[in-house]
Ligand binder design. Structure first.
Ligand code: IFM
Length: 736
């Protein structure tokens, strides 16, 4: 029986950062780290907002964290009880990941007896701007309790402070059911663009209590005084409303309106409708894995994270590489969305898949400007995309641990495969949903401009009748500025072909933007695609079947992973760049050729796929959480699900188990790993489940690892929902 619950018993201060990620709750509009209510900025609490960025001075531009509307602590008989200062007699946190409810339960021993604080909190899946909290306080004596709960304006930031002109006030609505009630209100403006933000909080006491407003430094709080009786539980409910100038002209109205409406409905109603929405999401997305409870939990926990960060509240937004777990990676959107997360949404919630791709179409302008900046044509998408397609990736994206100096890296300039991911995502959306509305004039323009970008990158060597792409970085970021990276070239070819296909659709639908000569473009792209050099498998020798990752890769030192690791002088040293320990060897950061072969596996025989898997896996550091999933999927495609299984589990456990890098020097780089979550889904459904599109349409050809006896899940295809049932190696697909 599944319990859909993770729990952490006891208290270890060092676990604060990782638990903040693992116990995250969110609704796509905002995410709240799984931190305790009493935590202050140094303990990394965050209410992280999607899609609003800010830059202060020379710091990295990053998303904003809001004033902490969940902040609360307890006083008993005049003494403060909070962690970690007052050690607890018992402590536990849990996450109901079926319904996105975070809970804590802490018992402290006081001189007069024991007191227990239980809290629940959720970010509403039905009311985007609402956070709900419930406190239950019980003691085995007549305790004189003060619950202090409100909004903490001391915000944890990596490169802040982002909020200025902060004001804190107590406000009493004049009208409506809640007229005269006390509402705490914080308003501020972001530093760069002066976007107004508002956080409002109000409480409802189920147990008789006295409520006053108080200010403690940068915190505005309700002081709720009550006396608990042995055997009874005092209950306080709290509503937090959040809004910004991005959505509303006067965000304060929405923040206050949200809590007033929620209060009028009541806490139970708000919670119930949130729970029902989650149940509805699971109806379409749960993956039941039979016989393997660990895999079952890991996959659905991964899907929980994807649901919690899905931008369902808007028509055009994407998902940052670290979800809504904080400001790491500048809250930016990478190729992770299209290549790793998109399939989950396509198959379980196509409307959200559309929102993700619409963000790319709407940020075309930024991509056109970026290409122009480099003297290129077409659309060069941002490596680390913020709003409007602004590239937040800095020229110096890594700090040298030895000198403390920023190191010149070329991710932004040379990771040109990003534009192909956008074309791939759009085409995959249309292929899977048959919804051509995404290919309106701007959608068509986006794909054509991505193709024009690659067209402008093509070089014809004097002595060869072929086109090449030089000076790039492939998915393996440890080898910079290489020529003919196979993944990049194949994806460029895909994009040129995609543009031809999209122009045909545009001609049929009358959606070709003005100013394009369809015939000339189709001819040029078609010819370029045919002439573009795609590295081929070696035909003889000990590397027979293996494809060289880029020109000259095989000539690099073939040192083992252990040898290369042994050359590190510092645990946080960067392996790539000009002088990294891996740069001059065949050790790669993450799946590269393997990613390519996974995407185009039908173009190669199984021996070739296997030869590449076997060659590259021992040479892969798996230094990115994106890597394992690609190895898992390709292993499924060569008919080796048992070989895939540990890579699948690694992907699915990326957040459940943690263990990834959390700090780089003094910079926090931890967070959740939604791309790994997406890869776990793809491996389960497409790899083990064998769901794919063939000429005959949707097919299921399962290939389960030993530990898995069967699977059940639903998927959407072409607007119809299907039920898939797999027992052993037999699968059925039934339209619902
Ligand atoms: O997009 C990835 C990249 O491939 C490896 N470094 C981390 C990025 C964000 O997940």
């Amino acid at each position: 029986m599944k319990n859909w619950m993770i729990r952490q018993e006891g208290y270890v201060e060092e676990d604060i950062p990782s638990l903040g990620n693992r116990y995250l709750i969110g609704n796509g509009y905002l995410g709240i780290r799984g931190t305790l209510e009493e935590y202050e900025a140094k303990q990394l609490p965050a209410i992280n907002l999607a899609g609003i960025y800010d830059r202060v001075g020379d710091g990295w531009r990053e998303p904003i964290n809001l004033p902490n509307g969940c902040f609360s602590y307890l006083k008993v008989d005049g003494n403060i009880y909070r962690l970690p200062e007052q050690g607890a007699k018992a402590h536990c946190i849990s996450l109901d990941y079926r319904h996105g409810i975070f809970r804590r339960e802490t018992t402290w021993h006081t001189v007069r007896g024991d007191i227990t604080l239980q809290t629940d909190r959720f970010v509403s899946m039905t009311r985007t701007n609402l956070i709900g909290m419930r406190f239950r306080i019980s003691a085995d004596f007549h305790a004189d309790v003060e619950l202090l709960t409100g909004i903490d304006c001391e915000v944890w930031d990596l490169n802040g402070p982002h909020l200025e002109h902060l004001s804190m006030e107590e406000y009493h609505p004049e009208e409506g059911e809640n007229a005269g009630e006390s509402v705490l209100l914080v308003q501020a403006l972001t530093h760069e663009e002066h976007i107004p933000i508002a956080v409002a909080a109000s409480v409802q006491t189920v147990t008789p209590a006295e409520i006053q407003c108080t200010v403690e430094g940068k915190k505005i709080l309700h002081r709720i005084c009550l006396i608990t009786k042995p055997g009874e539980c005092a209950v306080v409910e709290k509503y937090i409303g959040v809004s910004t100038g991005k959505e509303r002209e006067i965000p304060v109205q929405e923040a206050v309106g949200t809590i007033m409406a929620a209060k009028a409905s009541g806490y139970e109603w708000c919670l119930q409708s949130h729970v029902e929405r989650w149940e509805e999401l699971w109806k379409h997305s749960e993956v039941v894995i039979k016989g393997d409870p660990i895999a079952n939990e890991a996959v659905n926990y991964s899907l929980y994270h994807l649901h919690s960060i899905a931008p369902r509240h808007t028509e055009s937004l994407s998902i940052p590489a670290r979800g809504l777990s904080g400001q790491t990676y500048k809250g930016a959107v990478f190729w992770d969305t299209e290549m790793f997360m998109l399939d989950f949404f396509l198959m379980t919630d196509p409307a959200t898949a559309r929102v993700l791709m619409k963000y790319r179409i709407d940020s075309l302008k930024g991509a056109l400007e970026k290409a122009q900046h480099y003297g290129l044509q077409g659309a060069f998408y941002a490596w680390e995309s913020q709003e409007g397609g602004y590239d937040a990736c800095s020229d110096y994206n890594v700090t040298d641990v030895f000198t403390g100096r920023p190191m010149r890296t070329f991710f932004k300039d040379k990771q040109v495969h990003i534009s192909a991911a956008i074309a791939y995502g759009i085409l995959r959306y249309v292929e899977w949903t048959k919804d051509e509305s995404l290919l309106d004039i701007e959608g068509v323009r986006t794909v054509i401009e991505c193709a024009r970008f690659y067209y402008s990158l093509l070089l014809q060597p004097l002595t060869k009748e072929r086109l090449e792409i030089h000076d790039v970085i492939g998915p393996d970021e440890y080898h910079e500025r290489v020529n003919n990276n196979g993944y990049t070239n194949r994806m460029a070819k895909f994009t040129l072909d995609a543009a031809v296909q999209v122009i045909e659709i545009a001609l049929k639908n009358h959606t070709l933007p003005q100013g394009y000569d369809a015939k000339a473009l189709m001819e040029a792209f078609g010819k370029a695609s045919r002439m573009l050099y795609i590295p081929q498998p070696a035909t003889t020798g000990d590397k027979k079947g293996v494809i060289e990752q880029f020109d000259g890769y095989f000539a690099l030192e073939d040192a083992s992973l252990e040898q290369v690791r042994g050359r590190l002088l510092h645990e946080k040293e960067y392996w790539g760049g000009a002088y990294g320990v891996a740069s001059h060897t065949q050790i790669i950061k993450q799946a590269d050729v393997v990613t390519w072969l996974n995407l185009f596996s039908e173009e190669y025989d199984k021996d070739t796929l296997r030869a590449n898997w076997e060659y590259y896996e021992p040479r892969t550091e798996h230094g990115s959480s994106l890597s394992a999933g690609m190895y898992a999927m390709l292993a499924c495609k060569i008919g080796e699900p048992d070989r895939a299984y540990p890579f699948f589990l690694k992907s699915a456990m990326a957040d459940l188990q943690g263990g990834g890098k959390e700090w780089a020097g003094l910079v926090y780089i931890g967070g959740t790993h939604p791309a790994a979550a997406g890869a776990a889904y793809m491996t389960a459904v497409e790899g083990f489940g064998g769901i794919s599109l063939t000429e005959g349409g949707l097919t299921v050809q399962p290939s389960l690892p030993k530990s898995i006896q069967g699977m059940e899940f639903h998927i959407y295809y072409e607007g119809t929902e299907y039920e898939v049932k797999i027992e052993g190696n037999r699968g059925t697909v039934t339209a619902l």
